[in-house]
Design a binder for this molecule. Structure first.
Ligand code: GNR
Ligand code: NI
Length: 167
């Protein structure tokens, strides 16, 4: 197991569109295990491969209170969406920034599991929000890019200041 470095916004590599995983093999399972370790250590409730500079369509998440329900989604696809909801989001690639984002309330997602077997889930609540947030990462999109130009400008200034302090 290994902790992987997480890319920080506005790193341009966060805007890479990830490619489908061609084969679910030991390498992919190792990557998923390292991503899970990285997510738990951060701590976060989800992590997309894009955030650790691997541009393959793979994400891990665990929205359980006791951090015991790891879920792995390979080549996830949103099949359908219903409703709308607004909630505050954060991102391990945008540390210290929490902003309200509009999302679909429910999503039906198809993906492959760690054995390469297809499955489908109907997600709502935090799971639905987290899946949309992570699949956005795989498409090269970071949640702050849903905000107004004014807000995004302020966030960029704040992140630049933080980077100067921690450098
Ligand atoms: O840890 C995370 N928390 C979170 C809270 C609200 C909405 C989405 C998230 S995902 C985030 C981890 C992360 O950056 N995943 O990409
Ligand atoms: Ni994120």
């Amino acid at each position: 197991m290994a902790l992987l470095p997480i890319l920080r916004y506005p790193d341009p590599r966060l805007h890479t569109r990830a490619k489908p995983v061609a084969r679910v093999d030991a390498g992919i399972r190792k990557l998923a295990a390292d991503m899970a370790e990285t997510m738990y250590a951060a701590p976060g409730i989800g992590l997309a491969a894009t955030q650790v500079n691997v541009h393959q369509r793979l994400l891990v998440l665990d929205i359980s209170d006791d951090r015991s329900q790891l879920q792995i989604f390979i080549n996830p696809e949103i099949l359908s969406r219903e409703g709308e909801c607004e909630g505050e989001e954060g991102c391990l690639s945008v540390p210290g920034i929490y902003e309200t984002v509009k999302r679909s309330e429910r999503v039906k997602v198809r993906a492959l599991d760690r054995d390469g077997k297809p499955f489908e889930i109907d997600a709502d609540g935090m799971l639905a929000v987290c899946l949309q947030h992570e699949i956005d990462h795989l498409d090269g999109k970071v949640f702050v890019e849903y905000l107004s130009k004014l807000k995004l400008g302020r966030i960029k200034a704040k992140l630049a200041k933080q980077a100067r302090i921690t450098a």
